[in-house]
Design a protein around this ligand. Structure first.
Ligand code: CAA
Length: 258
């Protein structure tokens, strides 16, 4: 079990991703659990809003599980990407508002998960990035599309091509996150306050706001398909083997373009 949930009396469901020993990295078991917890939350009438957060004081989520990726063949990597994209799209299309409460590293698939939420509230120590390029890979859970939507093409390209991490304050300036606060406790209080306010509105209007805002981005389906295909293509390369091996061996990768 990698997920803890708690529902308060006001209908706010907190979902905590809990694999602190791997900085909450998303392995397929965690994604499967998240998928089922999310589906239950969407259909549960008692849930009016959702907070998604990571366990521990170091990370929201440090990405897809790199060690698991190295054990998959390119077809399995393609299928994982499509499945992850579908799960994240279901979060983006949730009829109930979802807020990511972020405390620490939010990287790769973790940043992609946060971006699929409707809002993001982070602590000052949080760091954001799409470092897949350091592994000879590209983002595979919608990052090439959603980061571009949030920060614009130039900055998205800079972040994805360099793999650089940015601090919470810069992420806010870029429009990647909504609020920066000092502590996780403050982030939870603010997220709860926002969700409590939304819970006083008509649930049908709330669901329709989300549907309408998202409808304007449906043309990007081709972008998501291309991303999943190229994510799997990258996994066939020597560079991917070198990048992931270097991560596991805690050394710098030497890429050869093959
Ligand atoms: N997958 C698997 N394990 C991970 C992980 C990941 N994404 N991120 C961290 N871990 C593990 C580490 O291997 C380490 O485990 P061990 O103690 O067994 O060695 C443990 O978590 C703690 O991590 P570090 O020792 O590395 O902690 P640090 O403070 O030195 O560094 C960090 C923190 C900068 C976040 C570093 O862990 C890191 O760079 N992680 C990987 C980030 C990354 O590349 N994410 C993208 C993944 S690919 C992806 O997400 C594809 C996609 O789009 C779908």
């Amino acid at each position: 079990m990698y997920i803890k949930t708690s529902l308060n009396n006001d209908g706010i469901l907190t979902i905590t991703l809990s694999r602190p020993e791997a900085l909450n990295a998303l392995n397929s078991a965690l994604l499967k659990e998240l998928s089922s917890v999310m589906a239950d939350a969407f259909s549960n009438k008692n849930v009016r809003g959702i907070i998604l957060t990571g366990d521990g004081d170091k990370a929201f989520v440090a990405g897809a599980d790199i060690k698991e990726l190295t054990a998959l063949d390119p077809q399995q990597i393609f299928e994982l990407s499509v499945k992850g994209q579908q799960l994240f799209k279901s979060i983006e299309d949730s009829p109930k508002p979802v807020i990511a409460v972020i405390n620490g590293f939010t990287l790769g698939g973790g940043c992609e998960l946060a971006m699929a939420c409707h809002m993001r509230i982070a602590t000052e120590i949080s760091k954001f990035g799409q470092p897949e390029v350091n592994l000879g890979l590209i983002p595979g859970y919608g990052g090439t599309q959603r980061l571009t939507q949030l920060v614009g093409r130039a900055k998205a390209l800079e972040l994805i091509l360099t793999g650089d991490m940015i601090a919470a304050q810069e992420a806010k300036t870029l429009g990647l996150i909504n609020h920066v606060v000092a502590t996780k406790e403050e982030a939870m209080i603010l997220a709860t306050k926002i969700l409590d306010k939304i819970a006083t509105k008509g649930p049908i209007a709330v669901a329709n706001v989300i549907k309408s805002v998202n409808a304007g981005f449906n043309f990007e389906q081709q972008g998501y398909e291309t991303e999943a295909k190229l994510f799997a293509e990258c996994s066939k390369t020597h560079d991917f083997k070198e990048g992931t091996t270097a991560f596991i061996e805690k050394r710098k990768a030497q890429f050869k373009g093959e």
